[in-house]
Design a protein around this ligand. Structure first.
Ligand code: GLN
Length: 246
């Protein structure tokens, strides 16, 4: 039995999994495995309970508007208290794109307003204008304990929704791309260990350093994770930055 185990719970893994966002889960699994850290994956789909103590990290990927509709009600009505309980005890919550949009108060889709889970002060509005699509790079300030690593996240965005933060900090500053709404230069949200972002790619295979930050944070590690041979991961990161022009 490994001394440490990272327990990850994927929310709606079949519905909220656009642009191969499931690759983020594989990234967690492999980077734990390569270091001798155990990895346990559970899931909480529609109508299934979410155990607020059952995971160190809860993950929700992106999704089409129609799949988001199904998940939004389930999340806000059936899982709300448990998601809040998990966040209150410091579990990491990582949400990408469509999942990110559900972290706030609401996602307004024309005449319909989908409820959010209300973890952070933000709301999203579906615009009639062009979707915000393209390669994106953002600058983030996270304590990685290793000053030599890049503090840039690079990926790809494709969203019709525009997200507006209230009393909440963005995850990062847009270097290239659109970010939350194409206007204010903000990308994503960070409230303690709750993180939302529009970045696909998938996000983590292109930003291995961020995967490690999330693993270390979820496990509450004081010491840095063991280094890995990141030749391919660094190349993927460099290519994502090159594509974004950063
Ligand atoms: N359906 C949402 C939008 O278009 C999110 C899309 C996504 O997850 N890529 O804004």
């Amino acid at each position: 039995m490994p001394e440490r185990v990272l327990r990850v719970c994927a929310l709606y893994p079949d519905l909220m999994n656009i642009y191969a966002d499931r690759g983020n889960l594989i990234m967690f699994e492999r980077r734990c495995q390569w270091r001798g850290i155990g990895f346990e994956l559970s899931s909480a789909g529609l109508d299934e309970p979410l155990d607020p103590d059952g995971a160190d990290l809860y993950y929700i990927g992106g999704g089409q508007d129609r799949d988001q509709k199904l998940c939004a009600h389930d999340l806000a009505e059936r899982k709300r208290d448990d998601v809040h309980a998990a966040a209150s005890r410091g579990a990491v919550i990582l949400a990408v794109c469509g999942g990110y949009q559900l972290l706030g108060h609401s996602y307004q889709l024309g005449v319909e307003t989908l409820p959010g889970v209300g973890l952070v002060d933000l709301h999203t509005v579906r615009s009639e204008e062009s979707r915000l699509i393209g390669n994106v790079a953002i600058e983030v300030e996270l304590d990685t304990g290793s000053s030599g690593r890049p503090q840039v996240l690079a990926g790809f965005e494709n969203h019709g929704g525009r997200t507006f933060l209230g009393d909440a900090e963005p995850l990062g500053r847009v270097l290239k791309g659109h970010g939350n709404n194409g206007g204010d230069g903000h990308e994503g949200v960070r409230a303690g260990n709750v993180i939302g972002t529009y970045l696909h790619g998938p996000l983590l295979p292109k930003n291995a350093w961020f995967a490690d930050w999330l693993i270390a944070t979820a496990l509450g590690l004081a010491e840095p994770l063991a280094e890995l041979d990141d030749f391919l991961e660094d190349a993927a990161h460099a290519e994502a930055r090159r594509a974004a022009g950063v």
